[in-house]
Design a protein around this ligand. Structure first.
Ligand SMILES: [Fe+2]
Ligand SMILES: [Fe+2]
Length: 269
């Protein structure tokens, strides 16, 4: 039977862009040598998601982001203090394995984070992909029918609602026309290089694009800026991972877990 180690090796062996010595794609909990019969895939291993996956019979949960809120292979800073201690205790008691697939999946072609996000947003006509000039697959610029920023933002808002995001926030004149949206990979969003290549609206996430450091600067460069939550921009890629793994490892029963704490919006009437 397949083990977590074999799944990790499949990811690493097909990710020549990843340095095995420094990658954060490692096993965070549990015994990776155990056979896996049922596995969950999620964007973030929130406590409730761990419980849900365990209740569903998962031996393994594959996540994209840190389980213990620290972008390092060891994720050690919060393991012994609340709320990490409770999570660690749960993992110790259940023996569920947690594997992070981040550096591999961010750049995985076609079904990885960027290309799945583009597909989810209906951006099917790339005019620039970063691998053409850079040693990474983080950014893309796409051609769309010229339309008002308001209309484009509304389309994105309608699409991301399925992911649990009830609004998007926008910088730029709502009536200006846009035709070249740029997207990125989670926190590695499109920036001045994309604007220099003709992007007129940058789709970024709050975690990667702080207001004055990024979004206001992009606005001063003449780009409109559309911001979504970090998870919203990466969940399509993790849903695609679940489908991909189910095909690649048919002996394992894979299930996608969408839930993690999602912000909601209130507007005065
Ligand atoms: Fe990512
Ligand atoms: Fe991310």
């Amino acid at each position: 039977m397949t083990t977590t180690n074999e799944i990790l090796e499949y990811l690493l062996a097909n990710s020549p862009w990843v340095d095995r010595d420094t990658t954060v794609d490692t096993v965070k909990a549990g015994d990776p040598g155990k056979p896996v019969a049922r596995a969950g895939v999620c964007w973030f291993a929130a406590m409730d998601t761990l419980r849900e996956a365990h209740a569903a019979g998962c031996d393994l949960l594959v996540c994209h982001e840190p389980t213990f809120w620290e972008h390092s292979a060891g994720e050690s800073a919060w393991r012994n203090v609340p709320p990490g201690a409770e999570k660690q205790k749960f993992l110790d008691e259940t023996g569920m394995v947690v594997l992070r697939a981040h550096d591999t999946w961010d750049q995985w072609p076609e079904v990885g984070i960027r290309d799945s996000w583009a597909h989810f947003l209906g951006l099917e006509r790339p005019v620039y992909l970063s691998e053409e000039t850079e040693p990474h697959r983080y950014h893309g610029i796409y051609e769309i029918k010229p339309q008002s920023l308001r209309a484009f933002a509304l389309q994105v808002a309608q699409k991301v609602r399925r992911l649990g995001e009830d609004s998007v926030r926008v910088i730029g004149d709502p009536e200006r026309f846009v035709s070249r949206p740029a997207i990125g990979v989670g926190c590695a969003g499109p920036d001045r290089e994309a604007v220099a290549r003709g992007a007129d609206v940058c789709v970024v996430c709050y975690d990667g694009a702080a207001y004055w450091a990024v979004r206001e600067r992009l606005a001063e460069m003449g780009a409109a800026v559309l911001t979504v939550e970090h998870g919203t921009s990466e969940m399509p890629g993790m849903e695609a991972m679940c489908v991909h793994f189910a095909q690649r490892f048919p002996e394992i029963d894979f299930q996608y877990f969408a839930a993690h704490p999602c912000p909601w919006t209130v507007q005065p009437a």
